[in-house]
Design a protein around this ligand. Structure first.
Ligand code: PLP
Length: 390
């Protein structure tokens, strides 16, 4: 047969987290309750009641038609109000586009900004989908790192005349770090000096621990006009299946993204948009509670485990989570950095699903999501400790 699928489709890897998730779920079917899946990056909470109620109401009112391709105006207004309130960043609603999830917001931003062959810098560890998204947009992903804590000034070394975009993500998936203002100042000075767009993925910005505050690079002088901020209801309102996210930035770019979306997916989910609008207006306390619970799990379950493993296993190290809901650790020496084999063996032997770090550009590291019931996290850490001991 001479017909075939495109080179692009052949070469793109499947999402590693989703693949691991599927593997775990296959096993789950056989072992029922025994498998623990800490591979997926999905909150274990239900959406706040206000979100649910608004979606019921929208359905009762038959609001199931197409909406404006770029999303409903009241939600755009809520998105810009939220940025003004939380970060002191002022935009008009026409500078916001509502998208089917943060995923599509990042993709559309790349499509709106990159020409064929333009380079986008992706610091590692990175969220799994960025390199594929850059390729889909016709660009070339340039990986920076991997390093645990970046000397961001080295970023200059990966910039070429073809570099057009830098993608940053804080709080970070998979590493749980939160960029400090000084890091952001360093990145901003490089972006300005080299005339780069910055796509700032802030989907975990409401999940920051302790006294730290989320800082957006768009808050720094000269950055608002060159930054596209990405957000989503998936983590913030614990509704990944609602498929509603957003992007905010320079109107020209946002309009282009809306135009692309009109051709791509028509519009975001109408009921999900109604739900998110209620979320912005009424669910602040619910979001705060979820954040506190992630932090509690981190302090009471993850940190004692991490300290114990650090003392016991040579080569083991970790990044103390500062936000989001991921624990990111480096394998003890005895596994020789083979995180893929480690995760597969762990799944078979201990029925515990984690994601190998190579999926995030960091071989030798592993991601554990503690967005799961505390008893499950506790049980998972016990199994992991046993596996390390064997
Ligand atoms: C860093 C980051 N950005 C974007 C997304 C996209 O989320 P969604 O498309 O569900 O809004 C995710 C999801 O895991 C993520 O971790």
């Amino acid at each position: 047969m001479t017909l075939g699928i495109s080179k692009l489709a052949q070469e793109l890897p499947a999402s590693a987290t989703m693949e691991m998730d599927a593997l775990v779920n296959d096993l789950k079917a056989k072992h029922v309750d025994q498998v623990i899946n800490l591979a997926a990056g999905a909150p274990d909470f239900f959406v706040p009641l206000a979100v649910k109620t608004a979606m019921h109401k929208a359905l009762d009112e038959n609001r199931t038609g197409y909406t404006k391709a770029s999303g409903i105006d009241p939600l755009k207004q809520a998105v810009v109000n939220d940025l003004a309130k939380r970060l002191g960043l002022y935009y008009v609603p026409a500078q916001a586009v509502i998208t089917p999830g943060g995923k599509q917001a990042v993709s559309l931003a790349l499509m709106a900004l990159l020409n064929l062959g333009d380079e986008a810098i992706i610091p590692a560890p990175y969220w799994v989908s960025y390199p594929a998204m850059v390729k889909i947009a016709g660009g070339v992903p340039k990986i920076y790192g991997p390093l645990a804590k970046w000397p961001w000034h080295d970023l200059k070394e990966v910039i070429t005349p073809k570099t057009k975009v830098l993608i940053i993500n804080s709080p970070n998936n998979p590493a749980g770090y939160v960029l400090e203002r000084e890091d952001l100042e360093m990145i901003a000075s490089i972006a300005i000096a080299n005339d780069l767009w910055v796509i700032s993925d802030e989907v975990y910005s409401c999940l920051v621990f302790g006294n730290r505050k989320h800082v957006s690079i768009a808050q720094l002088p000269g950055m608002q006009e060159r930054t596209i901020i990405i957000d989503s209801g998936s983590k913030r309102f614990a509704g990944p299946g609602l498929r509603v996210g957003n992007a905010v930035g320079l109107q020209e770019v946002i309009t282009a993204m809306g135009k692309l979306q009109g051709q791509f997916s028509g519009c975001p989910n109408s009921l999900g948009q109604a739900g998110l609008l209620a979320g912005f207006e009424q669910a602040e306390a619910d979001v705060e509670k979820m954040c506190q619970e992630y932090e509690r799990r981190c302090q009471e379950l993850i940190m004692p485990f991490a300290q114990e493993m650090l003392a016991k296993h040579q080569g083991f190290s970790f990044l103390k989570p500062q936000g989001a809901f991921y624990f990111w650790f480096k394998l003890p020496y005895k596994y020789q950095g083979n995180c893929d084999t480690f995760c597969k063996n762990l799944l078979q032997a201990k029925l515990l699903g984690l994601v190998p770090g190579h999926a995030f550009g960091c071989p030798g590291w592993v991601r554990l999501s503690y967005a799961a019931a505390p008893q499950k996290v506790e049980q998972a850490l016990k199994r992991l400790a046993e596996f390390f001991d064997e």
